[in-house]
Ligand binder design. Sequence first.
Ligand SMILES: Cc1cc2nc3c(=O)[nH]c(=O)nc-3n(C[C@H](O)[C@H](O)[C@H](O)COP(=O)(O)O)c2cc1C
Length: 569
Amino acid sequence: MQTNKPRDVQVLPIGTDTTVMRSRSWTRLRFEIEYALAKGTTANSYLIQGDKIALIDPPGETFTEIYLQALQQRFNVKDIDYVILGHVNPNRAATIKALLELAPQITFVCSNPGAINLRKALENQDLPILVKRGEETLDLGKGHHLEFIPTPNPRYPDQLCTYDPQTEILYSDKLFGAHICGDQVFDEGWESFNEDRRYYFDCLMAPHARQVETALDKLSDLPVRLYATGHGPLVRYGLLELTHAYREWSQQQTSADTTVALIYASAYGNTATLASAIARGITKAGVNVESINCEFADPEEIRTAVEKSAGFIMGSPTLGGHAPTPVQTALGIVLSTAANNKLAGVFGSFGWSGEAVDLIESKLKDAGYRFGFDTIRVKFKPNEVTLQTCEEAGTDFAQALKRATKVRAPRTQAASNVEQAVGRIVGSLCVVTAKQGDVSSGMLASWVSQASFNPPGLTIAVAKDRAMEPLTHSGNQFVVNILAEGKELRKHFMKSFTPGQDRFAGIETQEASNGCPILSGALSYLECSVETRMEAGDHWLVYASVDNGKVLNQDAVTAVHHRKSGSHY
Ligand SMILES: Cc1cc2nc3c(=O)[nH]c(=O)nc-3n(C[C@H](O)[C@H](O)[C@H](O)COP(=O)(O)O)c2cc1C
């Protein structure tokens, strides 16, 4: 959903004395992997007006001004008693400072790690903060006797959910959200959000599925009528289904046979962003990730995670020419714990010299570990291309682990009758190409079928671990290049590409009207828009309408892909 609408703040009463304020960014965001679906997002903040007034989760600084205006139109901002923070994002500091100028009496409410982050972000050690560890409540009057549930995880060690028994609303912070911007405040027709919610879960929750399960356990006794999420639509209609789905998706992760320990620290969030993209690449290949934020993990936790993992990946920023102390400690534990047949990987963000990444890489090399991808070094904040590289590196890493496990398993038998029979299905050989912003990709595909006449439509089966996968969600566009008989293009796309490698280097392309590359050597091409996709085992079945197309070579014949077995391409 690409739109030029300006940012705004949408306000709606959602319960007794309770109002939501949704700060809306309509345009595409891609500074973190979870925004790849490019549908904008909302930063949801809440106001509870009991005898005391509490504000939950004010938005980041791009909204400070219009958010304060929206508040001031409804009540006297000077009267705010509490600001409750589901997690502390340094980006919120500007809005919090502006609130404090208007209402210096504000008392903050957050978890213990949240208090540390908040004091740092506001550079003020004397802030009045009520720290909530789980037992304490906060009475705002008029029945709003708030309860607090810390739900820490490696990505947000300070996450705190808030429950209001008066309205039966759970302020769920990052849990149960989605990155979608729209006019709809609640989730009526909730099934239409399934794809976005799943993607959000896959990016933000799957890397710490174990902690998500713990959070679900803690929340399960509360009679909740509404999840007041930090992002996207509030969850009312599909609440039970979404809760159930979170449980199921988490279990899918934690029950996977192979696990990678992803061990990192990040002072300003850049290395954490790289970690998320790598984790996304690993989990989409069906391998579990156990994320460890070294700053908040004890040595035993690191040791256990490394022991039960088939591989480990370490990430660090460089600060003052060094890796931060928790990373150095974790490195010591890894070196003394991990057998050197475990696959390793290293990444990190740096500013100018990047000694931390060099140090980790050289220590691991000296200890004899094999690397699942070339070390990733990113200067300051990653962009969408570096995020794509990270995601692809994660997938390569997971695939290498899966191959290693397969080799050890007994040799698979010859193709079964069913596989041989399925293998007789033929498809035309195509290359699917897509470009979104600075990110482009292309892949060979022979599981392409016409699916409808009106509108002209087709389906493509895309394996879940394909690099191309993030570009084939609803609303995305791509080009199907149907190949002519002959080897050249087929050979080019049969190659294995390294993470982030330009897949179009050395071949002639033109730009389609939807911005994606057309292979000039193709027999014909179709410009497509993804309408919907269905989960089909280890593939996504993508249905797309054909918006435009042309035959480029009238004389050639479509390349057909013949196979002996239906268990591989
Ligand atoms: C206090 C401080 C010291 C830093 N020292 C170094 C350094 O010695 N070498 C370097 O390459 N980058 C240095 N940087 C840059 C950081 O590595 C860079 O900002 C990186 O993106 C931080 O990653 P993070 O967001 O994961 O913490 C320094 C940054 C700060 C704030």
